[in-house]
Design a protein around this ligand. Structure first.
Ligand code: A3P
Length: 305
């Protein structure tokens, strides 16, 4: 079946017809087209085609999503979308329907699995149903890290974005605390309330379809975490310890792929601002109960403060 017969897309292909590797980073009603049942598209003469993802990395923002997709791309059976697609969370994209979504996917061989990552999916309440409607059997990867650390990372990202645009920024402590209490209006705190968001996903997907990657472990020692991901995805074991090496200058593991070595972009692994110990303590306390609820929800604990 061709892409035009399934999705209404013209069969002319303009993107480079080779399986891609990821590179860079960073709300209306139902979609206009139905789910293309066989996930089909135009086949290029070299045998590659664009496929809807069978795997989605749904978040969390600043959890280590870029590291995860890059590491997953080490596997020859995986083709990853280069950019964050924001199909299910941005109305302007969602309204374009599945043909547009498909057009954002990398070229891959038929036996490869396609993966995209959009970290904002995890915290957007309308996304689980939309993904379920596309494919109820899809495999979801969720990478989480200590919620306090994630808030600091979130702040740091926004800080640098504002700095670049010559915009004013507030010191982190004044974002975190107002009148001596944790400032619940600070959005970054809400994004770290994992149980609130997880609840939405579990309404549509069973736990067996959602693999939680320990983002703190992925930083400390990526190989064992990636073995677990391979197992969850039922991929032939292929990623091995020699794919990773610790780069002292960066302070993080970098990747070795067919002899080519590369670290993540400088925007990944930035120093976080100093926060007064008393405020950090308040944050740990704030997340204590939410974390417990999350652990109960997923039947697993994490080494979070
Ligand atoms: P920091 O920059 O705050 O340290 P995301 O890709 O979802 O935006 O997540 C960014 C985070 O990925 C970084 O946050 C960093 O801690 C983490 N990370 C995990 N493994 C990494 C690696 N090998 N190299 C760089 N950053 C990594």
């Amino acid at each position: 079946m061709t892409i035009s017969s399934v999705t209404g897309l013209k069969s002319t292909v303009t993107s480079p017809p080779v399986p891609s590797r990821p590179m860079a980073d960073e709300e209306l009603p139902s979609p206009p087209t139905s789910y293309p049942a066989d996930n089909g598209t135009t086949t290029h003469p070299n045998g590659t085609l664009q496929q809807l993802p069978q795997i989605i990395i749904i978040g969390v923002r600043k959890g280590g999503t870029r590291a995860l997709i890059e590491m997953l791309s080490l596997h020859s059976a995986v083709a990853a979308a280069q950019n964050e697609v924001h199909f299910f969370d941005w109305e302007s994209h969602f309204q374009k329907g599945y043909p547009w979504y498909l057009s954002q996917m990398p070229y891959s061989f038929p036996d490869q699995l396609t993966v995209e990552k959009t970290p904002a999916y995890f915290t957007s309440s309308k996304v689980p149903k939309r993904i379920y409607d596309m494919n109820p059997d899809i495999k979801l990867l969720l990478i989480l890290r200590d919620p306090t650390e994630r808030v600091l990372s979130d702040y740091t990202q926004v800080f640098y974005n504002r700095l670049q645009k010559h915009k004013r920024y507030q010191p982190i402590e004044s974002m975190l605390v107002k009148d001596g209490e944790i400032n619940l209006r600070y959005k970054a705190l809400n994004r770290s309330l994992y149980h609130v968001h997880m609840q939405n996903w579990l309404q549509y997907f069973p736990l067996e379809n959602i693999h939680v990657v320990d983002g703190d472990e992925l930083i400390r020692d990526p190989f064992p975490e990636m073995k677990k991901v391979e197992r969850f995805l039922k991929l032939e074991p292929q990623i091995n310890a020699s794919n990773f090496y610790f780069n002292k200058t960066k302070g993080f593991y970098c990747l070795r792929d067919h002899g080519r070595e590369r670290c993540l972009h400088d925007s990944k692994g930035r120093a976080h601002p100093h926060v007064a110990p008393s405020i950090l303590q308040k944050l740990y306390q704030f997340f204590h109960q939410p974390n417990k609820r999350f652990f109960e929800m997923v039947g697993r604990t994490f080494d979070w403060k």
